[in-house]
Ligand binder design. Structure first.
Ligand code: HEM
Length: 226
């Protein structure tokens, strides 16, 4: 029924897109320099440059996160509410991994439970970004700015937290990037204009459409959503 409905739904507003752009432009160099700092393959001068880039990118990511939390507080609250809204559907989604392995490896379509604005995998990634990102920023700032003020054991613990949180987020990245490009309508929404066509939202995020979009839909051109 929705197959040919191309009305745009605003999925990612401008402030979210700007936040996400600065996040990716700061996190990609952070992940790369973080791995270099861990494995130390470069000369002393190379390692110093790597460290400087890591600090600059870390400061940019921290400012991005704090600014977004202050100026788009409602979006942060909404994102937290969506990410931690769990049900049996999420268990069922993970049991078939969203149907992606079956589709990619066997060319088979399996039934997938209906999803809200974010699917269960995206929710897991979102939770890791929220919790891991906060831990990364706090531990990174303490280790950079006041390493001698905190007790030695605490410095070690913060270092481990920084390392583990950084590695988890870095490991998620290839999956996030692959699926971001695979879901082309979503890619254009996040990276360009913010909108997904109605039929795409109805196919991949039916609960979002049912609960939040359809009740507000009028005959107008643009369907605005949270
Ligand atoms: C070149 C790099 C990146 C690209 C192309 C990209 C692309 C995208 C796209 C297309 C979406 C929307 C998905 C949807 O609406 O369903 C998205 C969402 C999101 N991105 Fe990224 N992203 C990149 C890097 C990052 C990085 C580095 C982080 C954080 C460390 C991040 C965190 C998120 C989060 C939390 C969401 C919302 C939840 C989700 O959809 O998974 N992204 N990204």
């Amino acid at each position: 029924m929705h197959q040919h409905d191309t009305r745009p739904i605003l999925k990612h507003p401008l402030n979210v897109r700007i936040f996400h752009y600065i996040l990716l432009l700061s996190f990609l160099p952070l992940a790369a320099t973080g791995l270099l700092l861990f494995f130390k393959p470069l000369s002393q001068a190379g390692m110093q440059l790597t460290y400087d880039i890591h600090i600059i990118a870390g400061v940019i990511m921290s400012i991005d996160a704090v600014a977004f939390t202050i100026f788009a507080f409602d979006r942060v609250v909404l994102f937290i509410a969506r990410v931690f809204n769990l049900s049996m559907r999420d268990v069922k989604w993970f049991m078939v991994l969203g149907g992606y392995p079956q589709k990619f490896l066997l060319g088979k379509k399996v039934p997938v439970p209906p999803m809200n604005k974010y699917n269960s995998g995206q929710k897991l990634f979102g939770a890791c970004v929220l919790i891991g990102g906060t831990l990364l920023i706090i531990s990174g700032l303490v280790l950079w700015l006041v390493p001698h003020v905190v007790p030695r054991d605490m410095t070690y613990a913060l270092g481990m937290i920084h390392l583990v949180a950084g590695l988890i987020l870095t490991m998620f990245l290839p999956v996030h990037l692959f699926l971001a490009v695979y879901r082309w309508d979503d890619f254009k929404a996040m990276m360009v204009h913010g909108n997904v066509p109605y039929h795409d939202a109805a196919e991949y995020t039916p609960l979002w459409v049912e609960q939040e979009i359809a009740p507000t839909t009028t005959s107008g051109d643009q369907v605005v959503a949270k």
